[in-house]
Ligand binder design. Structure first.
Ligand code: HEM
Length: 387
């Protein structure tokens, strides 16, 4: 269950808090109820974020050597930083992703998506099958992020490959040979980031100006490139796939009876790209009547919390605007809550507005396939054709 939690049967009962053991024998405490997930996220003293980026399959010495050979380091920077430096680093990243800066990207993104949608519509009209992941969603978030934070001038394909390798290396069940191969990929790109962190403009320059160490600049860029763009392209793909199976929502969007923003929120609630997120207990605690010894790894099942019947009227149904729809925890909560939420929502709103009409009357040729992963969905394709 742990690595395919998103595939767990809709509506199937699940305890509020339960111990689950992973493939290498490590016990994790899985937390499902909305109130308990929020309780943990809201208390960074009792439940620290230190393990957020720990490899769920411990790395063998061979893979660690490969990473060391690339001088790979991931110091506490953003998501895994419970130290005093977190607020200052977060605030510089938040400035780069300020809602006004995000809004300024909207016209450019809209034009780009419109152009792609026109091309895809022509292909569909001609009877061809199109992949809405590869041909629409995959690189959009990276292109926007590059404009916002001035990323290194690396080819889009190389960044996507590195980001997916990192999500696999840190969050998938793996064998040692695969870990070594992934470590080589991740380590190599880390070198690219190190060079850029030392000389690049935009966010890198702001962090350097504020006196942050080179490792911190690399750590921030690493996290943004992995979580800041890959999550959103996954979400866009999952949302489009979900909408293809929701004809009444598509009709509502067309007639204007359904608001795009409500569709995005219901999508985040039911199809979050990050299904779980981790915390570690800093001391012996009690959670919902369960004892949580210090050092316990907590797996917060964000996707399940979004379907908690205590919060949402019709938990398993895609009903934009329903009671509780916006109370999902897809972006986490508390001191580490996602700082890219405004950006992700803007991108999703543009894609739904422009691309939803493409989905009218299509047949799904190939639904997204997602590999085993504790946290990320990582859909690989979404192919449709007309009729
Ligand atoms: C649909 C897309 C996205 C989802 C579902 C998502 C979800 C999350 C989650 C669950 C966390 C952990 C929150 C916690 O520990 O309470 C997080 C943290 C973070 N996210 Fe996102 N995210 C998305 C997009 C983005 C984007 C577009 C960016 C930036 C370009 C971004 C940047 C960050 C950063 C910097 C953090 C760490 C914040 C901190 O520790 O202070 N995310 N995100």
């Amino acid at each position: 269950m742990l690595f395919r939690s998103w595939a767990s049967e809709v509506g199937a009962p699940w305890p509020d808090v339960a111990t689950v053991t992973d493939h290498v024998g490590v016990p994790h405490l899985v937390v499902t109820r909305h109130a308990l997930v929020r309780q943990v996220l809201a208390d960074p003293v009792a439940y620290r974020p230190d393990n957020a980026l720990d490899a769920v399959t411990p790395m063998p010495v061979t893979a660690l050597r490969v990473l060391a050979g690339h001088r790979f380091r991931l110091p506490p920077t953003l998501a895994n930083n419970s130290g005093a430096s977190h607020p200052a680093i977060r605030s510089i990243v938040a400035d780069a992703l300020h809602p006004a800066r995000v809004a300024a990207q909207r016209p450019w993104l809209t034009a780009l998506v419109r152009e792609r949608v026109a091309r895809l519509a022509a292909s569909l009209d001609a009877g061809a099958a199109v992949d809405l992941y590869a041909e629409l969603a995959a690189d959009l978030p990276l292109l926007v992020l590059a404009r916002l934070v001035e990323l290194p001038d690396a080819p889009v394909g190389a960044v996507k490959q590195f980001a997916r390798a990192a999500l696999e290396l840190f969050w998938a069940p793996l064998d040692p040979d695969r870990q070594v191969a992934l470590a080589a990929e991740v380590g190599r790109f880390h070198g690219v980031l190190r060079d850029f962190a030392a000389t690049g403009g935009g966010l890198a320059a702001e962090l350097r100006k504020a006196g942050h160490a080179p490792d911190v600049v690399v750590g921030a860029l690493f996290f943004l490139l992995v979580a800041g763009q890959e999550t959103t392209s996954q979400f866009l793909t999952l949302l489009l796939h979900r909408l293809a199976g929701e004809p009444s929502v598509l009709t509502g969007l067309r007639t204007g009876e359904v608001a795009v923003a409500d569709v995005v929120e219901e999508g985040l609630r039911l199809e979050p790209p990050i299904v779980t997120w981790r915390r570690v207990a800093a001391a012996d605690n009690m959670l919902g009547g369960t004892a949580v010894p210090a050092g316990t790894s907590l797996v917060l099942w964000l996707a399940r919390a979004g379907r908690d019947p205590a919060v949402v009227e019709a938990p398993d149904e895609f009903r934009p605007g329903q009671r509780g729809s916006r109370r999902h925890v897809a972006f986490g909560a508390g001191a580490h809550r996602c700082v890219g939420d405004v950006l992700a929502r803007m991108e999703a709103a543009v894609v739904v507005t422009e691309a939803a009409p493409l989905l009218d009357g299509v047949t799904v040729v190939r639904a997204p396939w997602c590999p085993d992963n504790l946290t990320f969905r990582m859909p690989d394709a979404f192919v449709v054709r007309r009729g």
